[in-house]
Design a protein around this ligand. Structure first.
Ligand SMILES: C[S@@+](CC[C@H](N)C(=O)[O-])C[C@H]1O[C@@H](n2cnc3c(N)ncnc32)[C@H](O)[C@@H]1O
Length: 261
C-alpha cells in the first residue's frame, strides 16, 4: 500500500497555468510556510510568489540543470529549511518531477506532491465546455506531438486521433504542421480546435479555429510556446448551444440511489 504523505523534505506544488488565484489552498499554505522556493520561471508567473513571506529565498530554475537544482534542494533541506518546488500546471504532466524525485530519494529526502490545475482544464473552463458529453465523447487524451522528446510509437498522434476523443495537445506549437496532418487522418477538417496561448496570464489569448487551419493560424500568430491545442467534437456542440447530448444524471426518466422512484 502506498502510504499517505508523512514529513516531506521537499513539496512539489502545482502552480496552475498562470493565474495565482488558481493555486490550491494547500499550495498557497505551503508557499506561505516556505523558507526556499525553487520555481520554473519559464512557466510559473512571479505573481504566485506573492504568497511567500519576504524572507523566503526564491530561486528561478529555468536556466539551471538538474545537477544544479538538486544540490540547492538537498542543502536547504539538510539546513532544516522548508523547501517548495513550484511547477507549472499539474506536476503529473510534462514537469520532469520523476528525475527530481529519484535524485532526492537517493539523498534520503522524501517528497510530497500537491496537484495543480493543468492548462487543459483552464482552457475547458474558459470555453465553458464539458469535454465528456454522453454518447458523443467520453474520453480525454492528454498528449503531445513527437519532437525532441520522442513519443513512443504506440502513441503516435495519428493513432490517438483515430479515437476522435477530446484531445489536448501540449508542447506542440513548434511542430503543429505535422500534428495537423496527423490529426486530419481521422478528425474532419472542420473540427473546431481551441488554441490557447498563455492561458491565465494577463496576455492570454484563446481562439477557435477549424482543424484544417491550425498550422497556418499558429504561424500567423507566431505561436511557438506556451500554447495548448484542444480538439474536441464537444466544441461544435457547445457552439450550437444544443442540449441533445444531455446526460441521464438529471433526467426525470432516470432513477438512481439519490433519486429513487
Ligand atoms: C512543460 S509543459 C507543462 C504542462 C503543465 N504541467 C500543465 O499541467 O499544464 C508546457 C506546455 O504546457 C502547455 N501550457 C502550460 N501552461 C500553459 C498556459 N498557461 N497556456 C497554454 N498552454 C500552457 C503548453 O502546451 C506548454 O507548451
Amino acid at each position: 500500500m502506498i502510504s499517505r504523505n508523512t514529513a516531506a523534505g521537499v513539496y512539489f506544488v502545482g502552480a496552475g497555468p498562470g493565474d495565482p488565484e488558481l493555486l490550491t489552498l494547500k499550495g498557497q499554505r505551503l508557499l506561505q510556510e516556505a523558507d526556499v522556493i525553487l520555481y520554473a520561471d519559464s512557466l510559473v508567473p512571479t505573481g504566485i510568489l506573492q504568497f511567500a513571506p519576504p524572507s523566503t529565498l526564491c530561486i528561478p530554475t529555468a536556466a539551471l540543470t538538474l545537477e544544479e537544482i538538486i544540490p540547492l534542494m538537498v542543502e536547504a533541506v539538510q539546513a532544516g529549511k522548508k523547501v517548495v518546488r513550484l511547477q507549472s500546471g499539474d506536476p503529473s504532466l510534462y514537469s520532469a518531477i520523476h528525475e527530481q524525485i529519484c535524485r532526492l530519494a537517493e539523498a534520503g529526502i522524501a517528497v510530497e506532491v500537491v496537484p495543480g490545475i493543468s492548462a487543459y482544464q483552464l482552457a475547458a473552463a474558459r470555453l465553458k465546455v464539458e469535454l465528456t458529453l454522453p454518447e458523443l465523447v467520453q474520453t480525454i487524451i492528454l498528449t503531445r506531438a513527437s519532437g525532441r522528446t520522442r513519443v513512443p510509437p504506440t502513441e503516435e498522434l495519428a493513432s490517438l486521433a483515430a479515437h476522435k476523443a477530446s484531445l489536448c495537445l501540449y508542447l506542440s506549437a513548434n511542430c503543429i504542421q505535422r500534428a495537423q496532418r496527423d490529426l486530419l487522418q481521422h478528425y474532419p477538417p472542420e473540427t473546431l480546435v481551441a488554441v490557447g496561448y498563455r492561458l491565465g496570464w494577463p496576455d492570454e489569448q484563446l481562439w477557435l479555429v477549424p482543424l484544417r487551419d491550425i498550422a497556418a493560424f499558429s504561424q500567423q500568430q507566431r505561436l511557438t510556446r506556451t500554447t495548448l491545442y484542444l480538439i474536441s467534437p464537444a466544441l461544435a456542440v457547445q457552439q450550437q448551444g444544443s442540449d441533445a447530448w444531455r446526460s441521464c444524471l438529471y433526467s426525470p426518466e432516470h432513477h438512481h440511489l439519490f433519486r429513487p422512484h
